[in-house]
Design a protein around this ligand. Structure first.
Ligand SMILES: [Zn+2]
Ligand SMILES: [Zn+2]
Length: 119
């Protein structure tokens, strides 16, 4: 079991999530998602740069269909909808998602620290 899975089971959602976003497992899935979709799947105008979670049902073990390749702007907007509260969760499993910091991409958060230490 990975540390982030353990932290999640202990209820430390934010720590678990940021750890996961820095993990090699996520980097591979993130990279594969962008490898499959060079262009943003929402606007089809800009290059996709971030993998967005369509569902967290299989968090830490996402399937290709669970991720959407988006450009920075579309990704920002997608999450903006959540924070404005306009789109209410009308499906049953929404409550769990509220625990997440809603950062899908390593480039949004932890990438900078990483780049500083790598050659
Ligand atoms: Zn876009
Ligand atoms: Zn996202």
């Amino acid at each position: 079991m990975h540390l982030y899975e353990q932290l999640w089971s202990e209820g430390q959602y934010r720590r678990a999530w940021s750890l996961y976003l820095a993990s090699p497992e996520w980097r591979i899935r993130h990279g594969e998602c962008l490898g499959r979709h060079a262009w943003c799947q929402r606007c089809h105008r800009y290059r996709a740069s971030q993998a967005h979670h369509v569902t967290y049902a299989r968090r830490f073990h996402e399937r290709p269909d669970d991720l959407l390749a988006l450009c920075h702007e579309c990704h920002r907007r997608t999450h903006g909808v959540h924070s404005r509260g306009r789109a209410r969760h009308h499906h049953g499993s929404g409550s769990e998602q509220m625990h997440l910091p809603f950062r899908c991409s390593p480039s949004e958060s932890v990438a900078e620290d990483d780049q500083a230490t790598s050659p």
